[in-house]
Design a protein around this ligand. Structure first.
Ligand SMILES: [Zn+2]
Length: 258
């Protein structure tokens, strides 16, 4: 197995994994999507709400605000010592002090734990007109994407890595020229120079000029975008830990089976 990072930024990670199969690729995708826990608001107690939006609509919006997550300090409620009743190890309070007239943004929400706060500052929550007021206390907990998508850490997808077969060498030069530096000739083969700029137009130039593209089923390119709760690398590492634990559980259960 060979892993290569192709591109990374604060919220994005693009990497390839070679020498695996579609089942493993999809297992990693699904684990990231629905198993990696992140913080989100679960309950809201409104002290005042004379905005144009009902409590239910506002609390739904607040639930979807991504919160920075500290996985080392918090437990999932069902794995906590309090058995899900709620304690400082599995939940955190966020609050909005009385706001009047103007737009309420996610950055206006304060938290008892500075490590758990809105990951994106400028999410509009509701606009308050003259005389309208809003004040609330909210409880955030860790959860998994399989319970509700507000607990999903980001967007992940993958595709087979493209491999090129030159069927017509003289015409292939035209495809390389049309792709403007994105394709380079290496011996009898062509390779992509910058995967982040590769696009449908280049694929079409190849297909029309004797370069056949096959998508590998042993090498995959993954695109991961974090919603801001966790860094992309932490999302992948947490997913791998979860897979490890599931395999250990399976091993224990299987060894006991008669
Ligand atoms: Zn607890």
């Amino acid at each position: 197995m060979k892993v290569e990072v192709i591109n990374k930024s604060e919220n994005e990670l693009v990497f390839t994994i070679d020498n695996i199969n579609p089942v493993i690729a999809n297992t990693l995708r699904r684990t990231i999507f629905v198993e990696v826990p992140v913080m989100a608001i679960k309950e809201v107690e409104f002290r005042k709400n004379s905005s144009a939006l009902f409590d239910e609509i506002l609390s739904h919006r607040l639930g979807l605000v991504p919160l920075t997550t500290d996985l080392k300090s918090y437990n999932l409620p069902d794995e906590c010592k309090c058995k899900g009743e709620g304690c400082a190890l599995c939940q955190v309070e966020l609050f909005l002090f009385l706001k009047e007239e103007g737009m309420v943004y996610s950055k206006d929400i304060d938290s008892k734990d500075p490590k758990i706060k809105p990951a994106i500052a400028e999410i509009p929550i509701v606009e308050l007109n003259k005389g309208q007021k809003l004040e609330f206390v909210a409880t955030a907990v860790l959860g998994r994407g399989k319970e509700h998508m507000k607990f999903s850490p980001g967007h992940i997808y993958y595709k087979g890595y493209p491999e090129f077969n030159i069927e017509n060498k003289s015409k292939a030069k035209e495809a390389i020229k049309l792709c403007k530096g994105l394709l380079v000739e290496k011996g009898d083969k062509v390779e992509i120079t910058d995967f982040m700029k590769w696009n449908d137009a280049c694929e079409q130039f190849c297909e029309e000029n004797g370069v056949k593209i096959n998508y590998s089923d042993t090498k995959f390119i993954f695109f991961l975008e974090s919603w801001g709760q966790l860094e992309p690398k932490e999302i992948v590492m947490t997913a791998l830990d979860i897979l490890d634990k599931k395999l250990i559980d399976f091993e224990k259960s299987f060894s006991k089976a008669k």
